[in-house]
Design a protein around this ligand. Structure first.
Ligand code: DON
Length: 573
């Protein structure tokens, strides 16, 4: 009797033991395990270029970065230009009123990370949102941390840039003053948040006309933002943190009951930090240390998964069960232990040791465990955007930046034309209670004056086993950022997917609490999800998430991939 090949495959996906061997040669898509009608199959936006490349959440910003590379700028010049341009052409997340993290690897092997995360204003306090109410950490003046973006971009440029700042920032100024043509995606995005934007007069005047978003195809100008960028061009970071722009920011705070003072702005500094370095099956991954939890949490997941060798098939019950359990454990540690290293001791070495990963792996059986009741420890839509850059010399930048929510606090600084973040919600605004992303976090991430709120942003750079630059990757998505970057890396290394397939592939996510495995709706086989339920996993189907912007080395140069889920695109030469 002949058994149909499809039945054999299905049995492997549902019943496969941890060590099922794959026979696909490198480069073949393991379609097994993906729902046949998966919305994004074959939809990734792909570009190829021999020398240099930028991929970002906005095709216009990617063009800006590529032009800077063509003018002789290096990857850092291009990243800084893209960062400023995104503040103009991708206002849901690109910003100068927010913050971010940048991982830089120079062609000589030097790796640095820059933390320009926002800080809590000096007048902030641990329990400020208990009286102000939970909405106050998400919308309005009180939700804003002291912005870090301008300090970060100008500091990265000061240390590594080659072209003058005036050249690098000029495209953003031009796009703000002369305008840019709004595409479908950005028009829809502004429309979706219009109910929040109308609440604040300067946001209403900047982004809406008759309370409607700019129509696709129309030209959108932001002259006040242009003037703010000109102040940065002329005076560097001081053009933002002191003088007229700072006065306007403080006046906005006073108008709306916010906390940021002139002194908070003057005191803000970006911080250079050593990267998190993770070894995974011979590859080396550099990512962000705290104040982002990204590198540590992803490292913990990768270290646990490395012990399953080779990994079960993509989309199989065996794989998804083990991933859920690894993610559960990594997020339990994240939520309990991690916070701004200026304020709390982060047990990074222990959390990232292979011995600890073995200990955690040994706890994982064939049934789902239960996330332990959260112990906050002893007192002591969302939108972000990522861009990846590689220049013709092989210098690379991986950068994620955010206002937190789409359009941040929804407050535009009157007269200065930029949106303020609502990053205060990334703190444990009420330790032990879920935040906007359902994250339940502890005392390590409680609010304190001047403290950086814990992030999940995971800009990463991967080297191949020969220590050559291989992959530059990151994405928005709140806590799901960590598991998305994990998935792309594992899809490429373990499941041998070409990068476009690795980015399109359906995603799953577990963050300890809520205690359920989140899966992209329509991405996985129902029989697999049923079997996971049988093992005790709560399954929560969600709308697709993320906007991975990644670049991988190819024999002919570079391949850039923009996630088909949102509106990004790349450019290169
Ligand atoms: O830093 C963080 O972890 C969050 N503020 C990121 C928010 C985010 O990615 C929302 N985008 N989809």
């Amino acid at each position: 009797m002949r058994i149909p090949a499809a039945s054999v495959l299905l049995a492997l996906i549902v019943l496969s033991p941890a060590c099922a061997r794959r026979s696909e040669p490198a480069g073949v898509i393991p379609l097994a395990g993906m729902a046949p009608s998966w919305t994004f199959a074959g939809k990734a936006r792909v570009i190829e270029a021999p020398k240099a490349m930028v991929v970002s959440g906005s095709p216009v910003a990617s063009d800006v970065g590529t032009d800077i590379l063509r003018q002789g700028g290096n990857a850092v010049d291009a990243a800084v230009a893209v960062g400023f341009a995104l503040a103009v052409v991708h206002p849901e997340a690109g910003n100068i009123g927010g913050g971010g993290f940048m991982v830089i690897r120079l062609r000589n092997g030097e790796v640095q990370t820059l933390d320009y995360r926002e800080t809590a204003p000096s007048r902030a306090s641990r329990d400020m949102y208990l009286s102000a109410g939970p909405e106050a950490s998400v919308t309005g003046h009180l939700s804003a941390g002291v912005p870090g973006a301008v300090a970060g971009l100008t500091e990265a440029h000061r240390r590594y840039g080659r072209l003058p700042l005036s050249v690098v920032i000029e495209p953003a100024i031009r796009l703000a003053n002369d305008g840019f043509v709004v595409d479908e995606y950005r028009s829809r995005s502004i429309g979706e948040d219009s109910a929040r934007l109308v609440l604040f007069p300067a946001s209403r005047a900047t982004f809406l006309s008759n309370d409607q978003p700019p129509a696709p195809g129309s030209t959108f100008r932001q002259p006040e933002l242009g003037a703010t960028l000109e102040a940065v061009r002329d005076s560097g970071a001081a053009g933002f943190y002191r003088g007229r722009v700072a006065d306007l920011t403080v006046a906005e705070m006073e108008r709306g009951g916010g906390l940021i003072t002139r002194e908070d702005l003057a005191a803000y500094r970006a911080i250079w930090r050593d990267p998190i370095e993770i070894s995974y099956r011979g590859y080396t991954i550099y990512s962000m240390p705290p104040a982002s939890s990204g590198g540590v949490t992803m490292g913990e997941i990768l270290n646990i998964m490395e012990g399953y060798s080779p990994l079960p098939l993509f989309g199989s019950v065996a794989l998804m069960h083990r991933e859920a359990e690894a993610m559960r454990r990594a997020f339990t540690d994240r939520n309990r232990y991690l916070g701004d290293p200026g304020f709390v001791q982060n047990p990074v070495e222990r959390l990232l040791s292979k011995e600890y990963a073995t200990e955690l792996r040994e706890q994982i059986g064939e049934q789902a465990s239960v996330t332990p009741k959260f112990d906050p420890g002893a007192p002591s839509g969302a939108s972000t955007t990522h861009y990846s850059v590689v220049d013709a010399e092989g210098n690379a930048v991986s950068c994620t930046t955010t206002l937190n929510n789409s359009y941040g606090s929804a407050v535009t600084v009157t007269g200065a034309g930029f949106l303020l973040n609502d990053e205060m919600d990334d703190f444990a605004t009420s330790p032990g209670q879920p935040n906007m992303y359902g994250l339940v976090q502890g005392e390590a991430n409680a609010i304190a004056p001047g403290k950086r709120m814990l992030s999940a942003m995971t800009p990463s750079i991967v080297l191949d086993p020969e220590k050559q630059l291989y992959l530059i990757v990151g994405t928005p998505g709140g806590p799901k950022i960590i598991t998305m970057v994990y998935h792309v890396i594992s899809n490429v290394i373990d499941h041998r997917m070409p990068l476009p397939r690795a980015v399109e592939a359906p995603r799953n996510h577990h963050q300890a609490l809520p205690d359920s495995l989140q899966v992209e709706d329509g991405g996985f086989l129902p029989v697999v999800l049923d079997s996971l339920r049988g093992r005790g996993h709560g399954i929560s189907s969600r709308d697709p998430w993320g906007d991975v912007e990644a670049i991988i080395r190819t024999p002919g140069g570079w391949q850039g991939v923009s996630d088909p889920r949102l509106g990004g695109g790349g450019a290169g030469y």
